[in-house]
Ligand binder design. Structure first.
Ligand code: BES
Ligand code: MN
Ligand code: ZN
Length: 497
């Protein structure tokens, strides 16, 4: 879909469809008011009759409105004006896009982005409209033998601004939105691909393709090289599968040569069966999403490169399958990590931390400005925060604040949990330096405590995306989270220099 910004008054727009909002109690937005004046009270009449009452989630399509040069007008309910915050705005844009694609209009101009949203500005409205539109129109049909029959696609979406002076700001925000949307789409596609297609070597090929397209540095290490690095913990997970592991290093150099890189680490378990501590069968298919951390690293790097952020970013991806073959990890096995610390594997299903710990050790060599790992790490995080907020744990409060803020701005929020020493006790082992699980209480926290033992002398944060990286049920699919959060975090860092 092509997205652009255009200045001009709504009542003057020709073309297929003009979209304007109506608040609760039949109160027209400014743009709707202008249409009504040009149409000689035609819209006011409709509102008075109650055919459109402005309630959230409603919409009404009008044809050949007298006095207007456009073919159609779509009225979208906005809900209460006093409560017009993030969610009502995002919902209104989504229902507009859904309505447009249900009708099968191919071109539309949207006058929702100018409506003031509490605590937000035009740039935010525009960026979010782009993200919502691309999310609402996303389809994954790569694996279908023929694409599903759908109505004509919305080909062209124009975001209307009435003031010419807002054009430049709007355009910059739309460009940022589109770069983030492309990163999100990449992350969704990779997440949605089945485990028999999206293997560790497939992820490595994708990283190489991305590197080629955006002139990134890329290095893909195979088993022998990973062995040479001494990543005994990572390899212990990989050896339970016939599918060979990969360790991927991607470099985006948008900053000065000597500037320390921000390092992003992604968990890339392309399928998590649990291993010998096998998962129950129900919904096990969803464990193809266990590489969404890795996918979000690729998506964020793609966006950073497209936006040419003046910043150095290194992406590290540890990727393998967690399977139960004859060589697989067994409960009670003890492995030696790259750091030299030994780990007693009490549950082979706590494999994410076993691959991430070696990546965290590797990161130390890069002399990072900071390290953020992203992982679908614990079911406990889904229990704690549901599908709304990503879990955040960090050894540095400044870094945590940056990520909280980035999530807030990106409408891709995370919420901090404590990483207190008090929890470390749960990881004690009688047979090794530590156990890989800490029991059921505080499962997300003890997982992060485990990782913290490998985070070197750098500022480090961990994002647990188990609840936010995909949706279950009828709308099953990857969400592309937390690409938007990561890009905003990187952009802000780039700004700060
Ligand atoms: N990939 C899972 C975490 C997960 C579970 C994500 C459900 C999304 C939904 C991870 O590897 C895992 O299996 N974690 C275990 C850890 C436990 C054995 C300590 C879990 O959360 O059950
Ligand atoms: Mn697991
Ligand atoms: Zn896992």
């Amino acid at each position: 879909m092509e997205i652009s910004i255009k200045s001009g008054s709504p009542e003057k727009q020709r073309g297929a469809c003009v979209v304007v909002g109506v608040f609760d109690h039949r109160k027209p937005s400014l743009a709707a008011e202008l249409l009504d004046q040009a149409a000689n009270g035609y819209l006011a009449d409709i509102l008075r009759r109650g055919d459109m009452d402005g309630k959230q989630g409603t919409s009404l399509l009008l044809h050949n409105v007298p006095g207007l040069p456009c073919e159609r007008v779509l009225l979208v309910g906005l809900g209460k004006e006093r409560e017009f915050r993030d969610k009502p705005y995002l919902d209104a844009v989504r229902s507009a896009i859904k309505a447009l694609s249900n009708i099968g209009v191919s071109e539309a101009i949207l006058y929702l982005t100018e409506i003031p949203v509490k605590k937000r500005d035009l740039a935010w409205n525009v960026e979010q409209a782009v993200l919502v539109a691309s999310d609402a129109l996303y389809r994954f049909d790569q694996m279908k033998s023929k694409p599903e029959e759908t109505k004509k696609n919305l080909r062209k979406l124009v975001l209307g601004v009435q003031r010419r002076g807002d054009l430049a700001q709007g355009e910059a925000a739309a460009a940022r939105g589109q770069a983030i949307a492309a990163g999100i789409k990449l992350a969704k596609d990779l997440g949605n691909l089945p485990g028999n297609v999206c293997t560790p070597s497939y992820l490595a090929d994708q990283a190489k393709a991305l590197a080629k397209e955006f002139s990134l540095g890329v290095e893909v290490m195979e088993r022998a090289e990973i062995e040479k690095l001494g990543m005994g913990s990572f390899l212990s997970v990989a050896k339970g599968s016939d599918e060979p592991p990969r360790f991927i290093v991607l470099n985006y150099k948008g900053g000065e040569k000597k500037q320390k890189p921000v390092v992003l680490i992604g968990k890339g378990i392309t399928f998590d069966s649990g291993g010998i501590s096998l998962k129950p069968g129900a919904d096990m298919d969803e464990m193809k999403y266990d590489m969404c951390g890795a996918a979000s690293v690729l998506g964020a790097l793609r966006a950073a490169a497209e936006l040419k952020l003046p910043l150095n970013v290194t992406g590290l991806i540890a990727t393998c399958e967690n399977m139960p073959n004859g060589r697989a990890n067994k409960p009670g096995d003890v492995v030696t990590s790259m750091s030299g610390q030994t780990i007693e594997i009490l549950n082979t299903d706590a494999e994410g931390r076993l691959i991430l710990c070696d990546a965290l050790t590797y990161a130390e060599k890069l002399d990072p400005a900071c390290v953020v790992d992203i992982a679908t790490l614990t079911g406990a995080c889904v229990i704690a925060l549901g599908h709304v907020a990503t879990g955040l744990l960090a050894n540095d409060d400044g870094l945590a604040r940056e990520l909280l803020h980035a999530g807030e701005v990106a409408a891709d929020r995370c919420w901090q949990l404590p990483l207190w020493d008090d929890y470390q006790e749960q990881l004690k082992s009688n047979f090794a330096d530590m156990a890989n699980i800490g029991g059921r209480p505080g499962g997300t926290i003890t997982a992060a405590c485990f990782l913290s033992k490998f985070a070197g002398k750098y500022d480090w944060a961990h994002l647990d995306i188990a609840g936010t990286a995909w949706k279950s049920g009828k709308e099953k699919g990857g969400t592309g989270r937390p690409v938007a959060l990561l890009v905003h975090f990187l952009a802000k860092r780039a700004e700060a220099g």
